[in-house]
Design a binder for this molecule. Structure first.
Ligand code: URA
Length: 309
């Protein structure tokens, strides 16, 4: 089976023929299974899945979107539905799921994100959910944009600047295309407002497997590049239209495309890499910036729900 079809009538279909026989499928990292939980009752109405880096941030997002949609009462904190697992958190506010992509607080990058993404996709498939949109809300380094800007990805490339996500299956490297839904990216981008104290920019995202040399930083524990190499490479990214650097988008876009679900990536920049490699230390500022993609995505979700999605 190739990519799954988007089908609103019969629920989310996934391109894995083995799932039909997995009547007890244990979603180990979410702490639930097809038999222990009534997945259709719990998740059948889900329309949006928002994935972010930290458990705390995603709990706050669930609370925030729950208030915005009026589906949680004032001060009502939604429970962690993955509390049987010590790995990830999962909150639900009306038709919106909010989950973190890091194992505890320490995982960063595609591998831990893909674990939870596979299990959420299966969970929603078993639940019979349909027309679900996945959005990654994150933080990133910027290229030539003021820190605190929000970047909505309209393209993404891997560490070799290719539009494919590379992984290893049965000992062999395979490539999956990174496909970005332009309409969804534009829809999210259009939710910015002139009065916002930050810019919202559509742009290409550079996805790496490393925070240090992989992102042209010389300040890791080991380093084989020099300042000149760093600067030249970042200028090359700039000239190729890259607006931000992060560590999840390639795998996220590739798996969602393969699974046949819509997805978008919205990240706030913490630094301009053309000026520095050091992330600022002011936690109040970083915390305020971290809310910016959440605000934009909450507006998008509200608009979609108002339009009857
Ligand atoms: N996240 C990244 O991957 N890189 C940065 O520079 C900042 C946040």
């Amino acid at each position: 089976m190739e990519n799954a079809n988007r089908d609103s009538q019969i629920g989310m279909q996934l391109p894995n023929p083995h799932l039909a026989n997995m009547t007890k499928d244990n979603l180990y990292h979410l702490g639930m299974s097809r038999t222990s939980h009534d997945l259709p009752a719990l998740f059948g109405d889900v329309k949006f899945v928002c994935l972010g880096g930290s458990a705390r941030r995603m709990e706050n997002f669930a609370y925030f979107i729950g208030q915005e949609l009026g589906v949680l009462s004032t001060n009502e904190r939604p429970p962690n539905l993955a509390s049987n697992s010590e790995r990830f958190v999962l909150y639900k506010a009306g038709p919106v799921l909010s989950a973190n992509v890091c194992i505890y607080e320490h995982g960063i990058g595609v591998p831990s994100m893909l674990v939870v993404l596979h299990e959420i996709l299966k969970m929603l498939h078993y639940a019979g959910s349909s027309e679900v949109t996945f959005i990654r809300i994150g933080t990133c380094g910027g290229i030539g944009v003021p820190p605190g800007s929000v970047i909505v990805s309209n393209a993404a490339v891997n560490g070799k600047l290719e539009h494919t996500y590379e992984t290893v299956v049965l000992g062999k490297g395979i490539q999956r295309p990174i496909n970005v839904d332009q309409e969804l990216a534009s829809e999210i981008h259009s939710c910015s407002r002139t009065e916002d104290p930050f810019s919202v920019i559509l742009g290409k995202t550079y996805c790496t497997d490393d925070f240090f040399e992989g992102q042209a930083r010389t300040g890791g524990a080991v380093c084989d590049i020099n300042d000149g190499d760093e600067h030249r490479f970042l200028k090359q990214l700039d000239s190729e239209g890259v607006k931000n650097i992060e560590m999840e988008s390639a795998g996220f876009f590739a798996l969602c495309h393969k699974a046949g679900v819509k997805c978008g990536v919205v990240c706030v920049t913490f630094i301009d890499r053309l000026s520095t490699e050091d992330v600022p230390t002011d936690t109040d500022i970083l915390s305020e910036w971290t809310q910016r993609p959440q605000i934009l995505v909450a507006r998008f979700i509200k608009k979609q729900l108002t339009n009857g999605v």
